[in-house]
Design a protein around this ligand. Structure first.
Ligand code: GLU
Length: 331
């Protein structure tokens, strides 16, 4: 009797997607950035995904910073599967996306200054800080008049005020959607548009980044939806804080790989410091049992052997004195 089910009736496994890290080249990466980059790599590699980089250089750029950032990521043992994508070379793709939205009547010119937006207050039903839609309602004559004063930014005519995404740690997260800027009034694509277009272009289906961007995820996912692009899964991870409880910044002293190296803390010690913060289990194996920290991973590859997303601390990583803390986990 013929078999009722053929051997290949089970669905083919989905092709693995990609994770990414997308730093802005505005200076050297600090420990908080490096930890997020390592986590993005660990999430991608532990789920069989490709790992990709993107240089988000549409905003403030420091000369030579992109190259230094890549060198630092390499020093930690990260690897990536393609040449990094550079946003300043992607203008045509952003223009196409705007044209797609415009063809659907979802784009309008906005002439508001920052000050006018502040003074106008929020939309009646929108979230605090949401653009009140002033320029959506301009008559043609008003538009022409304002166009003589200053160049226009382009905004999305959003047809809802909230959108829900799924985050690995935050769960179902609903956040505000408003008439986001798509193109700034200097003609450059705005961050939210560029991120969405580039994640789709790079085949990114897993977005791991700092949790300061969780509130941006709904408007980005909504934009992806409008553009007919797949929405990625999100993993927002806690940020690093300084001893005052404020977001870690370069001015907090020895916080970049190069600064730490000068103080005698090598890349392997930085990996250990980050591994201790996640926290990761010690590496299995005989040898230095009993010496605390002695078996913490020293490379990204070793981290991968003991990475467990469930173990990730949901609290911010507070760094009081990185040099002293690195010494403590070193041996
Ligand atoms: N370029 C952004 C940053 O460095 C990250 C954007 C993203 O991961 O979506 O903060």
């Amino acid at each position: 009797m013929p078999a009722l089910t053929s051997p290949d009736a089970s669905p083919a496994p989905a092709p693995p997607g990609a994770g990414r890290y997308a730093p802005s080249p505005s200076g050297d990466l600090h420990l908080g950035n490096l930890r997020t980059a390592l986590l993005a790599w660990l999430f991608a590699r532990s789920t069989g995904r490709a790992f990709l980089l993107r240089v988000e250089d549409l905003d403030r750029v420091q000369e030579g910073s992109a190259r230094r950032q890549l060198e630092d990521l390499e020093a930690l043992g990260l690897d990536w599967d393609a040449e990094p994508l550079v946003q300043s070379e992607r203008t045509a793709a952003y223009d196409d996306a705007v044209a797609t939205l415009r063809a659907r009547g979802l784009v309008y010119e906005c002439y508001c200054t920052r000050r006018e937006i502040q003074e106008a207050g929020s939309a009646p039903h929108g979230a605090p800080g949401a653009y009140p839609g002033t320029c959506r309602r301009l008559t043609r004559a008003q538009r022409e008049e304002r166009a003589r004063e200053r160049p226009a930014a382009l905004r999305l005519a959003a047809d809802r005020s909230a959108w829900t995404v799924r985050d690995r740690y935050a769960g179902e997260y609903t956040g505000a959607v408003d008439d986001v800027v798509l193109v700034r009034n200097d003609g450059r694509a705005a961050y939210n548009l560029a991120v969405v277009v580039d994640d789709a272009h790079q085949g990114v289906d897993q977005v791991v980044r700092g949790d300061d961007l969780l509130s941006s995820a709904p408007r980005q996912a909504y934009l992806a939806h409008l553009l007919g692009l797949a929405q990625p899964g999100y993993v927002h991870v806690p940020l690093a804080l300084n001893r005052e409880g404020r977001r870690l910044a370069k001015r907090d002293g020895a916080v970049t790989l190069r600064q730490l190296r000068e103080a005698g803390v090598g890349a392997g010690d930085v990996v250990r410091l980050i591994a201790a913060s996640i926290p990761l289990r010690p590496l299995p194996g005989p040898g230095d049992a009993g010496r605390s920290g002695a078996r913490l991973p020293r490379t990204a590859g070793q981290m991968l052997e003991v990475f467990d997303p469930e173990a990730l601390s949901r609290e911010p990583w507070v760094l009081r004195d990185p040099i002293e803390e690195a010494a403590r986990v070193a041996d």
